[in-house]
Design a protein around this ligand. Structure first.
Ligand SMILES: [Zn+2]
Length: 334
């Protein structure tokens, strides 16, 4: 629609429709609802462990018993899904904890699906938390530290995703950004009898400074170098569309843009271009910045959070992954 053609003042007075809360609600174009939220959770071994993450107030590394309580709280509040990240007790050069039958995520999935069968359990599929070097794939050591090997890493990622599906995961979510991983995971899942398990791919995942606090939470800081040889350059939007197109071709059921708030243009273009179910990941620093400023009394936490998430919805996100999911659920309920 051409905005020039809709009329002019004084016949047209946009303020007419802003006069009362009821009128404003009636013409509201974008809604945020609890059904669209996903809560990320960090699980580690042990009992009665609730390790707070310094830069993310309200977020914890949880042992299985505490994880169940947290997931139950979220479920009671109407949050339909959680996204699991595992912190293994030991790391190695093959990320064996990522695909171990009794790995921490596999245990968590089995527990949650047994106790809360209607809660959707999404698993992050990556190797970085399980690799001693902290990178998302197999590394070939060289003088400069190491080179991440794409194709050999695919086998381990596919194996990880399959082990999550075997444990009962409702959706697997590869976050590594290796080329061809969605295809590798799709074929492995199909071959193992999990052709109905959807893949939510971190399709356009940018190498971002906004991940800082997460690395403390997931204990996944790379021991050398950075992730710029696999995660995307923040400057590139057309490349993001190509990444998304590839993932859809390879079988991604849901595509994700990460981070969210600084990448609303990407979310918008992905949704407009492909019309595919689209998720936005409001990452750790997006959460930390709001928490920190709110703690100082500089901003209204609730209003800023709601406005930010609404902006993601307006940009085109169908699903929002946010550490604030439980707060938002409470606010929406009031
Ligand atoms: Zn990773």
């Amino acid at each position: 629609m051409n905005a020039k053609l809709v009329g002019q003042f004084p016949a047209l007075r946009p303020r007419r429709l802003r006069q009362s809360p009821a009128l404003r609600r009636l013409v509201c174009e974008t809604r945020l609802s609890v059904e669209q939220l996903v809560l990320p959770l960090f699980v580690r071994s042990g009992k009665k462990i609730r390790n707070p993450i310094g830069a993310m107030p309200g977020v914890f590394q949880l042992s299985l018993d505490e994880l169940l309580q947290e997931a139950e709280k979220a479920y009671q509040l109407g949050v339909p899904a959680v996204l699991l990240f595992g912190i293994p007790s030991k790391k190695d050069e093959r990320a064996s904890g990522a695909y171990a039958r009794n790995g921490i995520v596999q245990q968590a999935v089995r527990l949650l699906k047994r106790e809360l069968p209607d809660l959707l359990v999404i698993t992050d599929v990556c190797l970085c938390e399980y690799m001693s070097h902290g990178h998302c794939g197999i590394v070939h050591a060289d003088q400069r530290g190491g080179k991440l090997l794409n194709d050999p890493s695919l086998k381990l990622l596919a194996r990880t995703a399959t082990s999550h599906a075997e444990a009962g995961a409702d959706i697997v979510a590869p976050s590594d950004m290796m080329d061809g991983r969605v295809r590798a995971i799709r074929s492995a899942l199909d071959a193992a009898g999990f052709s109905d398990t959807p893949i939510m791919s971190y399709a356009a995942k940018f190498a971002s400074a906004f991940y800082g606090p997460f690395r403390e939470a997931a204990e996944s800081t790379p021991k050398f170098g950075d992730r710029r040889s696999y995660q995307m350059d923040a400057a590139n939007a057309n490349e993001a569309l190509r990444e998304v197109a590839l993932d859809i071709q390879e079988g991604a059921d849901i595509v994700m843009v990460k981070p969210a708030l600084a990448y609303l243009d990407i979310i918008h273009r992905v949704k407009t271009e492909f019309g595919h179910p689209t998720a936005a990941y409001a990452v750790s620093a997006e959460y930390s910045m709001v928490k920190a400023a709110a703690a100082k009394g500089w901003i209204d936490e609730r209003a800023v959070t709601m406005e930010s998430l609404l902006a993601m919805r307006r940009a085109g996100a169908d699903i929002i992954i946010t550490y604030a999911a439980m707060d938002v659920a409470r606010w929406l309920g009031k």
